[in-house]
Write a protein that binds this ligand. Structure first.
Ligand code: GLU
Length: 503
């Protein structure tokens, strides 16, 4: 028998910026699809107009473009099951609502929000289900004529699923195994609202997964409680149920409770892929992109939050991840969001990139600081300092002295490193350096060191004062790498200035 082609989807609701946990869910779907040469679909679930936020869909698409997570079908790329935005599929759903109603598997309910509210005060833990539905205003308790009149006079109604009590419903989950839930704990969820003619999430989700031939539903653990209802809906329609996989939650870095935006604010890390400006409040939330993360690092970091390849290999690019990924290796328990590890990944990916690639990114920061050096110089500087940074922006802090001569000297360093004899020794050094023709690292180092040795000077003292003159403080890479990059003229200028200033 021909094996069914794997088709998975990421189905966000455009209610704001995409949480990093959503990005992880999408990534796992992507890896799974690629691994099985399947299709990955982006479906926008926007049937809840109350929660719709303008710009959210565009944000989602931009985030995936940045991360290199691509889709075979979706709102932005089209496909054979278009449209992929649920609000544009309105006409599709009604017949499925009618089908359930006609089969007696759903009913119409007219209860007003006030009636529901008073029930809630009357009955503790009120739930609209088999135990209460016969005391409510719905098509099960009204005469056909009354139902017809109400609908014709435009009284708003909802359609609810009719769930029989005391039945064990089994959800087969690829990560969790069999999850069995008794139907008595489920309520008769609303599937459709006449007020806007739109289905709710549950119905639209099932109908679309079926029509779009989704084979595996891979989503966050927060949807596990909805899965039994979904299993019932598949059964009511007589459709095959897709395979389910509910991914573990992302937990706070401390490990207690779900990761939230507040944790990011509190500890200083982003929880969104891109920066987001809330259209209502104008509040801006930081994003991984704007914070200086490389997309490859974010992908690698997220991939290992809730899954691992079964060995201790950590640095894996997206192709290697695809090769190794399996849902069976996903963990059941939540994954602590170790944002420091994210920084570590960024550090690693910076080291893996060529100096040229990093230099290109660093150029933008240099321009912001009004320096315009040659690409050759920037590449050399990057090569010297990149191992000291986790983020491209930190390169400036580590290397600004290569581009701007010190105008002041750090007081503490001066007090500690500038000796009474420093001025005269550096003046002598000036004379030595002036005569060197080949100013490359090793040559300069050899000449300077043999001069120091011949004179019996203290190597450390001279090098410290020299560094202070070139850098303005005591930091920086190997001193003769600095002289090599600065070049003779600049080194001499800086020496002269320090001697004059510090005396
Ligand atoms: N629209 C749901 C969400 O926002 C989709 C959940 C699912 O994947 O079924 O996460």
């Amino acid at each position: 028998m021909l094996q069914q082609k794997v088709r998975v989807r990421f189905a966000p609701s455009p209610t704001g910026p995409l949480h990093i946990g959503g990005v992880r869910t999408a990534l796992y779907n992507y890896l799974f699809a690629k691994k099985h040469s399947g299709d990955f679909i982006l479906r926008i679930e926007d049937t809840d107009s109350q929660r719709f936020v303008p710009g959210a869909e565009e944000y989602i698409i931009e985030a995936f473009n940045w991360l290199g997570i691509t889709f075979n079908e979706g709102t932005h790329v089209g496909g054979k099951h278009a449209p992929y935005r649920q609000s544009e599929r309105k006409d599709i759903y009604k017949k499925y609502v009618d089908e359930l109603y006609d089969k007696g598997l759903a009913y119409i309910a007219f209860d007003t929000p006030e009636q529901l509210e008073s029930k809630r005060t009357e009955i503790a833990n009120f739930q609209y289900d088999a135990s209460t539905r016969m005391s409510m205003t719905n098509s099960l308790t009204l005469f056909p004529e009354e139902i017809k009149n109400k609908i014709e006079s435009g009284i708003p109604y909802v359609v609810r699923i009719k769930i029989e009590p005391n039945e064990n419903i089994t959800v087969n989950d690829l990560i969790r195994g069999e999850v069995i839930i008794n139907s008595s704990v489920l309520d008769d969820k609303v599937l459709y609202k006449s007020s806007d003619g739109l289905p709710t999430y549950h119905l639209a989700n099932i109908v679309d997964d079926h029509l779009m031939e989704i084979t595996h539903v891979i989503r966050g653990e927060e949807w596990l409680p909805s899965a039994p209802l979904h299993v019932l809906l598949y059964r009511y329609f007589g459709w095959n149920t897709p395979q389910f996989a509910h991914l573990p939650l992302l937990l706070k870095p401390e490990g207690n409770g779900k990761l939230s935006k507040r944790d990011g604010d509190r500890l200083g890390f982003p929880v969104f892929p891109l920066e987001w400006k809330d259209p209502k409040t104008g509040e801006t939330s930081s994003g991984y992109r704007e914070s200086g993360y490389l997309p490859e690092a974010v992908v690698n970091f997220l991939a290992l939050l809730g899954w691992n390849p079964g060995n201790d290999q950590e640095l894996l690019n997206i192709n290697e991840l695809t090769e190794l990924f399996s849902l069976e290796k996903c963990s059941k328990s939540g994954a602590k969001f170790d944002y420091k590890k994210g920084e570590w990944f960024n550090h690693q990916y910076i080291q893996l990139k060529s100096n040229k690639e990093i230099a290109k990114m660093f150029l933008l920061i240099l321009e912001d600081n009004k320096v315009f050096p040659s690409m050759e110089k920037v590449e050399k500087v990057v090569g010297l300092v990149k191992e000291r940074v986790n983020f491209i922006k930190e390169l400036w802090e580590q290397s600004s002295f290569f581009f701007i001569a010190p105008t002041t000297y750090d007081e503490k360093t001066v007090a500690k490193r500038w000796k009474p004899e420093s001025a005269s020794e550096l003046t002598e050094l000036y004379g030595i350096l002036e005569k060197i023709m080949d100013f490359s690292t090793h040559n300069t180092e050899e000449i300077v060191k043999s001069w120091i040795e011949n004179k019996g000077y203290h190597l450390g003292n001279i090098m410290n004062a020299f560094r202070l003159a070139l850098v303005g403080e005591s930091k920086g890479p190997h001193i003769f790498d600095i002289t090599d990059i600065l070049g003779k003229e600049e080194v001499l200028n800086r020496l002269k200035k320090a001697i004059e200033t510090l005396k």
